[in-house]
Design a protein around this ligand. Structure first.
Ligand SMILES: Cc1ncc(C[n+]2csc(CCOP(=O)(O)OP(=O)(O)O)c2C)c(N)n1
Ligand SMILES: O=C1C[C@@H](O)[C@H](O)[C@@H](O)C1=O
Ligand SMILES: [Mg+2]
Length: 638
């Protein structure tokens, strides 16, 4: 009989987590950094006991909101390029349900996180327990069934010995770049605390090897011939390229064959913007330069991209009749997109081989890339210099608010600052190696267009789920991953209101984060979307019952938490605050009061397919519907 050790299920889980390692390019590191937790009766006596008494190398952090702490875990893993994770533990019922949104966020972004929701009694003896749902048709369903929809692997441990097969599957999924994402292991509170004689071999050190999958000869030949037959190829860099750390190979190919680079939200900052061939973010929120290149391409080399609607402008950005696709992706399903030539392999390894075999192929771009970049630079400078005036101001998002309404905002918020000018100024001031985190609202659009990321892996956008409330927790996760760098949350007032409680966690554990809070008193981007499609402005501005624009003092809120705070309404004060914030050792909040409608607008190619009302009493909505329908008719259908 093999040697055994008697442990509770939770103790066995903690012991196992300590023994998981990942090996990439010959470098072996522990895979699990620690556990974020909010204890309740469902986990404090099981997992809580195990972590208190024998945590091993696992670090424990007390979260403040389950969604927030799980967002921090996502950001930590994303910033670590998926090579290190956190587990997140919540109590049964509402605590676990609070993590569902974050599991969706991890899923949409393919980020590994180990979700450990507590569950109701497996023995069902004290049925129904507090926070248990009593279904009429089944006693087998708990809140945690909902995680099935947002997990790459889901399991429930109804007996202690099930833990073994569950964890082996879980860690295969978590460490496999083709399938990685959130994994959920539900832990009924009685089973967490129940003991079992586990074979000691289960706790041996396990190394998960992430070998770089090479393309086959057929794939490589096809890739080379796709490129050499094209005249105007474009390298479309997605998150997969960043996670594969393919920067050097992308630069080499781009330089030697003279191929422009464009980036998705997840791919941005794989190659720094300082590189002359980098034309920036593309798609709905793209730069004029990137979109022009893509629209005129005859080959898109999609590297680690899911081709989301924001990347493809809802399948309208490419000249589908004249453009072919060749996709490098570790995930076969992703490589199939747009009937592309499929290379199911690691991005870095594939690009290395392409570079070796491409010969002296040259695209036909000549000076064009430089011209596109210069044109964009000029446009960006224009956006940096936009100044409000009270007489005849035309904001970037024009024809929505009258001068009178804009003046009312200027009065209520006591500001004349425009969002584009503020964001570009911030870009000028932050350290090149600082990490900027954003996810929802109008800011991801401005970031995708305007933010020049000068150092690899400093641009951290969660734009798979675009989950409001990710930003601040995300800045904490990024700080935990890169403790020596400044970490900034670029967050709208709406997102701030939705979720900011991990501020307290950052203060508690002395992890400095900086919040750049853009206060435009409303759900600005949704207001734009609504008004762009012929509607009024109902429900998206922050106005009270008397229709007065609300002016919330966010810097006071930050002060209450113990942050060093600033409130600014002009570029000079913004500069002073940013410089001062850098000198602080505690976390900071800069409230930046900006006027609505002063974010960037779209450039050619940035159309978004959204559900416009087919019938309406409003003529403006009817017109918007007709216009939408026209573009829809020309969009690629699959
Ligand atoms: C959790 C969540 N709820 C709702 C949405 C839909 N949504 C996207 S942006 C937005 C408003 C964002 O407002 P704010 O953060 O102030 O940014 P702004 O657009 O004003 O810059 C809403 C409601 C979302 N993305 N995430
Ligand atoms: O509905 C949305 C509109 C986008 O502009 C925004 O960035 C995103 O957060 C969203 O959910
Ligand atoms: Mg807002």
């Amino acid at each position: 009989m093999s040697k055994r050790i008697r442990l509770t299920t939770a103790q066995a889980l903690v012991k196992f987590l300590n023994q998981q390692f990942i090996s990439i390019d010959g470098i072996e590191t522990p895979f699990v950094e620690g556990i974020f937790h909010i204890y309740g009766h469902g986990n404090v006596l099981g997992l809580g006991e195990a972590l208190e008494n024998n945590p091993g190398h696992l670090k424990s952090y007390q979260g403040k909101n389950e969604q927030g702490m799980a967002h921090a875990a996502i950001a930590f893993s994303k910033q670590h390029l998926r090579q290190k994770i956190f587990g997140v533990s919540a109590s049964a019922g509402p605590g676990s349900a609070n993590m569902l949104t974050a599991a969706g966020t991890a899923f949409a972004n393919n980020i590994p996180v180990l979700f450990l929701p507590a569950d109701t009694f497996a023995t069902r003896q004290p049925d129904p327990v507090l926070q248990q749902l009593e279904h009429e048709h089944s006693t087998d369903i708990t809140t945690n069934e909902a995680f099935k929809a947002v997990s790459k692997y889901w399991d429930r441990i109804d007996r202690p010995e099930q833990l073994m097969s569950a964890l082996l599957r879980a860690f295969e999924v978590l460490t496999n770049p083709a399938t990685t994402g959130p994994v959920t292991i539900c832990l009924p509170q009685d089973i967490e605390a129940m003991a079992y004689d586990y074979p000691t071999s289960f706790f041996n050190k396990r190394v998960h090897y992430v070998d770089r999958k090479l393309p086959t000869q057929r794939e490589l030949d096809g890739a080379i011939s796709s490129i050499t037959q094209s005249k105007r190829p474009v390298l479309l860099v997605g998150g997969g390229a960043k996670y594969s750390q393919a920067r050097d190979e992308l630069v080499e190919l781009s330089e030697k064959a003279n191929i422009p680079i464009v980036e998705t939200h997840a791919g941005k900052s794989t190659v720094a913007f300082t590189h002359n061939n980098n034309l920036g973010g593309n798609g709905i929120l793209g730069t004029s330069a990137a979109n022009k290149a893509v629209m005129n391409a005859d080959l898109i080399i999609g590297i680690g991209t899911r081709y989301s609607d924001f990347t493809t402008s809802s399948k309208t950005l490419f000249d589908f009749d004249n453009t072919t696709f060749f996709n490098i992706n570790v995930n076969r399903g992703q490589a199939y997109k747009f009937d592309g030539f499929q290379v199911v392999a690691d991005a870095k390894a594939t690009l290395q081989l392409i570079n070796k075999h491409i010969g002296d192929y040259q695209s036909s771009y000549a000076e064009e890339m430089n011209a596109l970049r210069l044109e964009w630079e000029k446009e960006r400078n224009r956006l940096a210099g936009i100044e409000f005036n009270r007489d005849n101001f035309t904001p970037e998002i024009s024809e929505h608010f009258s001068q009178e309404i804009l003046n009312a905002y200027a009065d209520a918020l006591k500001t004349e600052l425009t969002q584009t000018a503020a964001l570009i100024k911030i870009n000028d001031i932050v350290d090149d190696d600082a990490i900027v985190v954003s996810s929802a609202g109008s800011l991801p659009g401005d970031m995708q267009r305007l933010w020049n990321a000068n150092v690899t892996n400093t641009f951290h956008l969660e734009y798979g789920y675009s989950c409001m409330g990710y930003e601040i927790a995300g800045a904490l996760g990024a700080k935990l991953a890169n403790p020596d760098k400044e970490s900034y949350a670029v967050v709208g007032d709406g997102s701030f209101l939705m979720l900011h409680s991990e501020i307290v966690t950052a203060l508690q554990y002395d992890k400095k984060i900086n919040l750049l809070l853009f206060n435009n008193s409303g759900f600005g981007c949704i207001n734009n979307l609504q008004m762009d499609h012929g509607n009024g402005s109902t429900g998206t501005e922050f106005r009270n019952l008397h229709n007065e624009i609300m002016n919330i003092d966010y810097s006071k809120i930050g002060e209450g938490y113990g942050l060093k705070t600033y409130s600014v309404n002009n570029l000079e004060d913004l500069t002073t605050a940013m410089e001062d914030a850098k000198k602080q050792s505690i976390s900071t909040l800069i409230e930046i009061k900006v006027l609505p409608k002063t974010m960037t607008d779209g450039y050619d190619g940035s159309w978004w397919n959204v559900g416009v009302a087919e019938v309406s009493e409003r003529e403006s909505v009817q017109r918007a519907y007709a216009k939408t329908q026209q573009v829809r008719d020309n969009a690629r259908q699959y």
